[in-house]
Design a protein around this ligand. Structure first.
Ligand code: COA
Length: 386
């Protein structure tokens, strides 16, 4: 991995006039909660170890009947309801996930149909935990060039189906959830996406890595126990160099906040709130201290959701707004980092932007979503079974 230099953002800061803002944000999480103690039932770990190293107490894990599409649609519907928009008002859909269930068709295509969006482009974007911020950056560029009017961005994870539950180094960290942002041109002089920074350094690609199980040459001794008692999550294998990722994350988070604040003519201390990717409470506390920010201005909810990868920034933002921590006119920095290695951030002037957390009691569309999902995934099953 190369050294991060001042201003390394990879993209034009884009501090020009208004034109694109966040119209609404929504989030959804599965209902079942899995505590650290529950993990310690089958993993050589403890609540004390996980809490002291990561800040995580518990995470959500999707039940077998819940699909990625279902979770994505719940977050998207929450955002649409908050914005007072119907699916038809959306002309472009971008999904991002580190635990995607089909290579194709894109999840975004299935979501477009499920929500009744207009037949504009729908595609998936891969930038791991930076995915939602990358997608928002792309959405803003599309909107500013007139290629799109209202873009739905959804980060969704059912990480529990992508983990090796025998690997205590990764199994304790990740969780399931979804977050959605709607970006558009709708006039509101009070709010704005002031600046965007996106970057990547493929030199750190092997620090955090996942591949389809079928494409990984598994050593026989690893495969044998899996065959004796097949674990449920044979989809992917996640490998992480925790220390290297920790070092990268603290450095890049600090750099992103400094650079984004400067893009808006500000110092980090002028920011009302930083909403970072929820990787680990120690990473967030270290970055806050280096930036001279009081801890309460660095949003944290990793304790109850774990690392929800691409969903984590919108999920944290929804909670912060619901707690009254974002007021109109506030300058807010969203900052994410993850595998790639990738990083990205947005500087927002907050408006009266509505947010909503999905109400899990509303299950009215589950059957329809299951139908769309079955149509998309059944050929895959047929190939597997051959
Ligand atoms: C993963 C992380 C918590 C590990 O903490 P660490 O202090 O670096 O721990 P190490 O990996 O050095 O391991 C220390 C010991 O704890 C053990 N250990 C690892 N996971 C454990 C677990 N869940 N429970 C108990 N012990 C564990 C290791 O085996 C090692 O034991 P050893 O000393 O006998 O070899 C930490 O590196 C981290 O948070 N990294 C960033 C991860 C991240 O944010 N990823 C996502 C970014 S998008």
């Amino acid at each position: 991995m190369g050294t991060l230099q001042a201003g390394a953002g990879g993209g034009a800061p884009g501090t020009e006039a208004v034109g694109c803002r966040v119209l609404a944000v929504g989030a959804a999480v599965p209902t079942p909660v899995v505590t650290n103690d529950r993990l310690a039932d089958f993993l050589d770990t403890s609540d004390e170890w996980v809490r002291s190293r990561t800040g995580i107490r518990e995470r959500r894990v999707a039940p077998p009947e819940q699909s990625l599409l279902d979770l994505a649609a719940r977050a998207a519907r929450a955002a649409l309801a908050a914005a007072g928009l119907s699916g038809g008002a959306i002309d472009t859909v971008i999904c991002t996930s580190s635990s995607i269930d089909t290579t194709f068709p894109a999840l975004a295509c299935r979501l477009q149909t499920a929500l009744g969006c207009s037949l504009g482009p729908a595609f998936d974007l891969q930038a791991a935990c930076t995915g939602t911020v990358y997608a928002a950056g792309v959405a803003r560029a599309l909107i500013r060039t007139g290629a799109a009017r209202r873009v739905l961005v959804v980060g969704v994870e059912i990480f529990s189906r992508a983990l090796d539950w025998h690997d205590r180094g990764t199994a304790v960290i990740f969780g399931d959830g979804a977050g959605a942002m709607i970006l558009g041109t709708d006039a509101d002089p009070g709010s704005d996406i002031v600046a965007v920074r996106l970057g990547a350094d493929g030199g750190g690609a092997d620090a955090l890595w996942a591949a389809d199980y079928a494409q990984v040459a598994i050593e026989p001794e690893v495969l044998a126990p899996a065959m004796a008692e097949p674990p449920r999550n044979l989809g992917r294998v996640v490998r992480m160099n925790g220390r290297e990722v920790f070092r990268f994350s603290t450095q890049v988070l600090e750099r992103l906040v400094i650079d984004l604040a400067a893009d808006g003519g500000l110092r980090p201390a002028d920011l009302a709130l930083v909403v970072p990717h929820q990787a680990n409470s120690r990473i967030l506390a270290t970055a806050a201290s280096r930036l001279g920010l009081p801890p309460e201005r660095m949003v944290q909810n990793v304790d109850h959701y774990g690392n929800t990868s691409s969903a984590s920034v919108p999920l944290a933002l929804v909670e912060a707004v619901q707690d009254g921590r974002c007021q109109p006119g506030d300058m807010i920095c969203l900052a994410a980092f993850g595998a790639g290695l990738t990083w990205g951030g947005l500087l927002l002037r907050w408006g009266p932007t509505p947010v909503a957390l999905d109400d899990p009691r509303q299950h009215e569309t589950a059957a329809r979503l299951a139908q769309i999902d079955r149509a998309a995934t059944e050929p895959t099953r047929a190939v597997r079974e051959r």
